[in-house]
Design a protein. Sequence first.
Length: 492
Amino acid sequence: MAEKNQWENAFTFMMAMIGSAVGLGNIWRFPYIAYSNGGGKFIIPYIVAILCVGIPFIYVEYGAGYRFKASLSKILRNINEKYEVIGWFVLIIPYLILTYYTCIIGWNIIYLFLSFFKGWGPDTDGFFTQSMLHSTTNPMGIFSIVIPIFLSVAFAWVIIWFISHRDLNKGLGKACKILIPLLFFIMAGIVFYSITLPGASAGIHALFTPQWGSDPLGDLLNLNIWLAAFGQIVFSLSLGLCIMLTYSSYLPKGVNLVKNGFIVAITNSAFEIFTAVGMFSIIGYMSLTSHVPIDNVITDGAGLAFIVLPSVFNTMGNAGYIIGPLFFICLFFAAITSALSLVEPLSAALSDKFGMSREKATKYICVVGFLISIIYTSGYGITLLTYFDNFLNQFGLLLTIIIECIIFGWIYKIEDIIETINENSKIKMGKLWKFIIKYFIPIVIGFMWIKGNFDNFVNEGFMKTVIQLILLAVMILVPIILTKLPSKVEDY
Ligand code: PFF
């Protein structure tokens, strides 16, 4: 019998880890990033990014969580009281991401419903931006809440609360064990159907054929392609968000961390490459039927899921009534299991410091999270969501990776972490891994961080800067408050 807050077995842990990694990033981000960064030639930097950043970094969080069995704020406090605030700073980032991730789940629920009767009509662009979001670039739009979105976002929060407030294995564990295999199964059906569509092969060709220019070596050394590959792996594997650290702190003894992390990373990438085949088959089909070049059809994010694909489902006749709902179910399963994982780091940290039960911590997280989410349900919501997403990914996510590498690579004795990772594995992490964590990742990601933030800063409009500064103030103030609040647990 598993203890409270302990995975019942390594399989449940693995499903939860895959559930966290496989999300919107795999379905709507990867196909576009791969295509717009050279198609087939993107594969080389992508594999390097998995091997040199993705897999090595997974082991940092696995090792730390498994060794300390505590949240980051508590681990840091035990190293030195002064560091606790850094822990809360890192922990607040997945939570802020969760507040808008839930809004996307809300849109998805509406589209799932509409897909049964193609309720978006012939003009899918106008429907999404105007009829549904009532989108405006006027900041005053924040005061006009769009009721259907408000309701579906509330519903998304209820689902998240319902699953995550229950015992670990009965809630989160069970949800991932059911939803992840189902997601893979349904997605396989969509992909196999898509590749039979006319025009599919042109789409797949476009995705995988390397777009070499006149100077192939120069092309391959293009910095932007490398940055895109590293960025995709960071996003897709949810690196630096303390999710893996929290999940592995729930592990019982005797689990082979090296094998587990490797399987999670490979499954995540296999899923995104496989899904991209389906997405490009569909795009190839659309390009053929509507005589629009693939270049003009392909887009990423909300545009792909809520504008381009619905218009393809429109052209599919009766098959669209099946493929459409299946696609939005997949998107829902992928997003909800990722959202559940974004609850966990802060929930575990609140329990650690304030002695709250899992039930109570998730209640606070979901209520406050929902209140924050309301801003995205307004007419100005999608603009805010885009600004927050850019800032948190560009500024927050990369910074947390660097912070974790410095803490566990430099401040804490890295040999102890290595010992924990290797404990139950025949394949051992050694000098090379240590070099990657201490030097390679901080330098590469540090460079990306400086470049990205500089570009952002230079190109920013006034409103975007103001909004991001407000967000930054929240990201600094809340951790300070949480640090100052007295702990209710003796050994904290
Ligand atoms: N890895 C998941 C995805 O690809 O969608 C979830 C995720 C959450 C990614 C948060 C990135 C992120 F900032």
